[in-house]
Ligand binder design. Structure first.
Ligand SMILES: Nc1ncnc2c1ncn2[C@@H]1O[C@H](COP(=O)(O)OP(=O)(O)O)[C@@H](O)[C@H]1O
Ligand SMILES: [Mg+2]
Length: 333
């Protein structure tokens, strides 16, 4: 117990990952010191482009992949400890179930693996198939399923052990818009039941609508992490719609650092003094103000900005590429 406490501080986080590092072979630095914290009972989204390292991180959580270095806890147990896997549900990316099984048989099979007693297993399978609207396909072989149906079944599979923590890797991959909405509603329902959800996605619209907190993973590092409002509140821009000839003011305006087009002046950042300074300048030059519109950035803006700040590189030069320190909430191990 003491040795365990010496290496891993016990926290109240549902998931608390510290300095997770993974290199495939010698060159592919999939994770370069990732720190991620997920509160119990929250829906957490790990967002990032393909190849960012999202799946590697959840595979490490699920003990499928061995990290080079990692500290932290999952449901209060040291990372890598398998005891808690019994109360974790996992939907891997591109999962493959044996094609000769029916949907109901898949759930029974995974229920057995998770050691859910027979009676409970059957009842839960029926209600989960119902919950993901797959009841009428229960006895159809899954080789006949579409990608969307496979994802629905995959979600039911991840819930067969009534988990405390649900880890979903790209759950809406190949799912149509209606199905996506169903999945979102299911996740919100699970949160109401007090479950913790860890969700990987390269689709920010998926995360924006359900997540309490998100982390943006780029090239194996967490570039941003926080609640949606934390990520978006400080990055505001003001758009001042104008009419009149703004040309004579162009030089002065560009010195202040605003963007100018024929109908508007745009100021980046949250600086009311500056907004008023620009308005004075415009009014002094005889330009009419039609509207001043503050614009809070969406998660999409933040993602694009984050990705632009880390220029695209090929995987083998990735390790050598400098990353600006202010973008890193995690930092190198
Ligand atoms: N088993 C593997 N062997 C070698 N490289 C891998 C393996 N799995 C993933 N990678 C590489 O590690 C990086 C991160 O991949 P992954 O974790 O799948 O990212 P994501 O899920 O964000 O798309 C990518 O460059 C990918 O090609
Ligand atoms: Mg992935």
């Amino acid at each position: 117990m003491t040795a365990h406490l010496a290496t891993t501080e016990i926290t109240n986080w549902g998931v608390d990952l510290i300095g997770v590092t993974k290199t495939y072979g010698k060159k592919i630095h999939a994770l370069r010191g990732v720190n991620v914290q997920v509160g119990r009972g929250e829906i957490f989204g790990l967002l990032g482009p393909n190849g960012a390292g999202k799946s590697t991180l959840v595979k490490i959580m699920m003990t499928v992949v061995r990290p080079d270095a990692a500290l932290g806890t999952v449901l209060g147990r040291p990372l890598g400890n398998r005891k808690k896997l019994a109360v974790i549900g996992y939907l891997p990316e591109n999962h493959r179930f044996p094609a000769y099984l029916t949907g109901a048989q898949v759930l029974d099979f995974y229920g057995r693996l998770a050691k859910v007693p027979g009676d409970k297993r059957r009842k839960r399978a029926i209600s989960l198939l119902e919950r993901v609207s797959m009841t009428r396909w229960a006895d159809t072989k899954i080789s006949k399923y579409s990608k969307g149906m496979m994802q629905r079944l995959g979600l039911a599979q991840a819930l067969i052990n009534d988990p405390e923590l649900l880890v979903l890797d790209e759950p809406t991959d190949g799912v149509d818009p209606l199905g996506r909405r169903d999945i979102r509603e299911l996740l919100l329902e699970l949160r109401r039941q007090g479950k913790t959800v860890f969700l990987n996605s390269h689709l920010l619209s998926e995360l924006e609508m359900v997540c309490d907190r998100v982390a943006i993973l780029v090239d194996g590092l967490v570039a941003r992490q926080g609640t949606l409002s934390e990520l978006t509140e400080h990055t505001v821009e003001y758009r001042i719609s104008i009419s009149g000839d703004v040309e004579p003011l162009r030089k002065k305006l560009s010195e202040i650092g605003v963007t100018l087009d024929a109908t508007a002046v745009t100021l980046h950042g949250h600086d009311l003094e500056k907004v008023n300074q620009v308005i004075d300048l415009l009014r002094g030059g005889g330009v009419l103000i039609q509207a001043v519109t503050p614009h809070r950035f969406s998660l999409e803006d933040i993602l694009v900005e984050t990705m632009e700040a880390t220029s695209p590189v090929s995987p083998d030069v990735r390790a050598a590429r400098p990353v600006s320190p202010e973008l890193l909430s995690g930092g190198e191990p």
